[in-house]
Design a protein around this ligand. Structure first.
Ligand code: BES
Ligand code: MN
Ligand code: ZN
Length: 487
């Protein structure tokens, strides 16, 4: 929904005011009429508490409990904001106000206000492009006013509003692309959408077709694409800030528009979820969109390799040996380990640009989902300093990472008797052996691989989010790019 952070909102003009309150809230700054309702209703602020009273003006006042004040969390805030958005939708409120009179742990007033506005913007998201509802059922979502923390001046509020709308737009781009059906979001369509985004924010975008990809000798991408009737695409988006940038960050995304497993075909159950196998590509498109809109003083290049992975008479097979763009040979032992095949070429290409950092985003392994579930993306990097920074950025915006090893000791598992390396190390340590494989194709002093297989999409709706794409990694990366521009 549309969110406007405001220092002195006209609360009396709103359909519905929501006030978020923790326990022991006597000293918390709320308007006197709200304070009276809290007392009259004996509202305590427990986590399971919510009451709505008719109160004129605003017409409706809802108090939502947050639990213990010293236990406030991004997660709790997010659940509360989602409740607000869902309530407003059901009650057909046209204008709502949200008052969150607290600071989140380790965040200042600006950071707290920004993340609250950011979450609220996406809290009513639902992908309904293909739901053929009757016209009268179409409820426009509410316009929300978030009361700014009293410490913020008007200049800061203005800047925050611009940042929040840039991030919200980017997250919507990512979610719409990722949630899109795999017959529509083909490699060609994904490249077209990248071009459209680039045109909108005024950045460069180069789309390489099948012939270009063959000419560049991207053996991994060509091999995976062989089973498909759809052409592959390799896309490079470039944002160059107006002032000379000190840092250049290359972002690389896995863009498998549908992963059937290929000849090493997957079981039928939940195979439809493999339309989300392009979430990495969607992320790098969204991140560069926001970076350009926010005019960050960092050069950003977003790169993705797109194709689907299907079985056919011409599909690549176990037993093949593929020569990759960097000249290394790969023995294919499992065609379902296709993500690393296309990423290898994309990472090699990115290395050639000599950026300061490379970060890749990939729904790469089921093993990562087994290890971390959906609470954290897997982080793999030989660079301790980069690991520390990315983890810290993720914690600040509720987009968490957990580091897993990428030690050379694991290389034994991907050693091949027939080629330089094989594309699967088997089940044990599967997320790490995938990362170790990728490392063979990276030539950059500072690289991180994010396995977003468990975080990029939600299998079902939760108290915090809709089903489908979550845009995992996007907020963390924007925080990182902003932190680079400060240093
Ligand atoms: N796209 C899948 C990984 C995946 C699994 C993402 C579950 C989201 C949910 C990837 O291409 C894949 O199939 N990986 C294999 C690798 C194996 C063959 C070495 C896997 O994880 O089983
Ligand atoms: Mn696969
Ligand atoms: Zn895959």
């Amino acid at each position: 929904m549309q969110v406007d952070i405001s220092r002195d909102p006209k609360l009396s003009k709103l359909d519905h005011l929501f006030v978020l309150l923790a326990e022991d809230n006597r000293d918390v700054d709320v308007p006197p009429d709200v304070r009276k309702v809290i007392g009259d209703a004996r509202f305590e602020g427990r986590g399971d508490e919510a009451i709505t009273v008719l109160h004129d003006p605003p017409r409706k006042l809802t108090l939502i409990g947050l639990g213990k004040a010293d236990k406030l969390s991004l997660r709790g805030l997010r659940a509360a904001l989602t409740t607000i958005a869902r309530t407003a939708k059901k009650q057909r409120d046209k204008t709502i106000g949200v008052l969150f009179p607290y600071l989140l742990p380790n965040l200042d007033a600006a950071q707290t206000t920004r993340i609250a506005a950011d979450y609220l913007s996406g809290a009513d998201y639902k992908y309904d492009a293909y739901i053929t509802v009757k016209k009268e059922d179409k409820r426009p979502s509410a316009a929300a006013t978030l009361v700014a923390h009293p410490d913020l001046d008007s200049k800061t509020v203005k800047a925050l509003n611009a940042q929040v709308s840039a991030v919200a737009d980017a997250i919507r781009t990512v979610r719409d692309l990722a949630n899109g059906p795999c017959n529509i979001i083909t490699a060609t369509a994904l490249a077209d959408r990248a071009e459209a985004v680039a045109a909108e924010v005024g950045i460069k975008c180069t789309v390489y077709g099948k012939r270009d990809i063959q000419r560049m000798k991207m053996g991994g991408l060509i091999a995976v694409n062989r089973g498909s009737v759809e052409e592959p695409r390799f896309v490079v988006m470039e944002y160059t800030p107006k002032k000379r940038a000190k840092q250049h960050v290359a972002l690389v995304g896995k863009g498998i528009t549908f992963d059937s497993g290929g000849i090493s075909i997957k079981p039928a159950e939940k195979m439809e979820e493999m339309k989300f196998d392009m979430c990495g590509a969607a992320s790098v498109i969204g991140i560069i969109e926001a970076a350009a809109k926010m005019e960050l003083p960092v050069k950003v290049t977003s790169i993705f390799a797109a194709t689907d992975n299907l079985p056919s008479g011409s599909a690549y097979k176990p037993g093949e040996i593929i020569t990759m763009m960097n000249g290394k040979t790969v023995e294919v032992v499992n065609t379902d380990a296709e993500g690393r095949m296309v990423l290898a070429d994309a990472l090699h290409y990115a290395s050639g640009l000599k950026p300061n950092h490379i970060i890749d985003y990939a729904t790469l392994t089921g093993a990562c989902v087994v290890a971390l579930g959906s609470e954290a993306s897997g982080l793999f990097t030989p660079d301790d300093e980069l690991a520390r920074k990315l983890i810290e950025c993720g914690e600040r915006v509720g987009d968490r990472l957990w580091r897993l090893p990428i030690w050379d000791e694991y290389k034994d598992l991907v050693r091949s008797d027939w080629a330089d390396i094989k594309n699967s190390g088997g089940r044990w340590g599967g997320a790490t052996t995938a990362a170790v494989f990728l490392k063979e194709f990276v030539d950059c002093p500072s690289w991180a691989h994010l396995d977003i297989a468990g975080t990029a999409y939600a299998e079902s709706e939760t108290s915090r989010d809709a089903r489908g794409s979550t845009a995992a990694g996007v907020r963390m990366t924007l925080e990182f790019l902003e932190s680079l521009s400060r240093s």
